[in-house]
Design a protein around this ligand. Structure first.
Ligand SMILES: CC(C)(COP(=O)(O)OP(=O)(O)OC[C@H]1O[C@@H](n2cnc3c(N)ncnc32)[C@H](O)[C@@H]1OP(=O)(O)O)[C@@H](O)C(=O)NCCC(=O)NCCS
Length: 209
């Protein structure tokens, strides 16, 4: 009787893992790039996605900013291949007080404690996310949002209070679901007849770190 209970319990656990298969953290491993070779690997995936698939000119894709950036890497656990990447550039300088005021009431100065205000003053970075690429075979499984979330966490850990990105206009709803909104006062940026970019931003919570 005791063994059949154990088997039943094991069966439930396996079933749960299978039903949650595509979201299970275990299927994919995330980490930051730690070497030149890691960055080269990210660039190779980006070349495949942006240059070959999306026809972005190779010299535009490689903009010379990779060495000073954080790169999140996502590997498939089964074969160790790189399936997604994304980049975060930290830009020094706190947003102006008026920009901070745009964040809304939850972080308004009147509602803040002295400790929160002090903490905010220490957070002087703005992070620019970009080069977010998921291998074509792995799209639609929620990996892109996880890469973005990891980038936001890394940015918050390094005292960023705001993240921005400049995606294709057709990705507006995708980023809106992740908490981004159009940067107030900005309009679409036409690049060519196939490509229009928009500027989006997200304020990170003080508790995010
Ligand atoms: C955009 C991208 C990062 C999303 O990653 P993902 O892991 O596939 O994300 P999800 O699993 O949440 O699902 C895909 C979602 O992406 C959005 N999306 C992807 N391509 C899209 C397109 N051409 N048009 C509109 N929405 C698109 C949709 O919201 C879609 O959700 P839906 O299928 O429910 O409509 C991935 O599609 C990708 O690498 N695309 C090519 C490179 C690129 O454009 N990167 C963005 C640079 S800012």
């Amino acid at each position: 009787m005791r063994y059949s209970f154990h088997f039943f319990f094991l069966f439930i656990v396996v079933l749960f893992e299978l039903l949650n298969g595509t979201n299970a953290e275990g299927l994919f491993k995330f980490r930051l790039a730690t070497s030149v070779d890691d960055v080269r690997l990210c660039q190779a995936l980006r070349r495949q996605v942006f240059v070959r698939e999306q026809r972005v000119p190779a010299d535009t894709e490689l903009d010379g900013k990779d060495d000073g950036a954080l790169h999140v890497m996502c590997f498939a656990s089964n074969d160790g291949s790189l399936v997604a990447t994304g980049r975060c550039l930290l830009v020094a300088g706190a947003p102006s007080a008026s920009e901070e005021g745009e964040k809304g009431s939850s972080s308004s100065a009147t509602a803040s404690t002295a400790q929160q205000q002090q903490q905010r003053r220490r957070r002087r970075f703005h992070a620019v996310l970009g080069r977010i690429a998921v291998h074509a075979n792995y799209r639609g499984q929620g990996i892109g949002p996880q890469v973005i979330r990891k980038l936001e966490q890394e940015a918050a850990r390094r005292n960023a209070i705001r993240v921005t990105l400049t995606p294709h206009s057709y990705l507006h709803d995708f980023y809106a679901r992740l908490g981004y909104r159009r940067v107030p006062g900005t309009g679409p940026i036409p690049v060519n007849e196939h490509c229009t970019l928009i500027q989006m931003e997200k304020w990170l919570n003080l508790e995010e770190k």
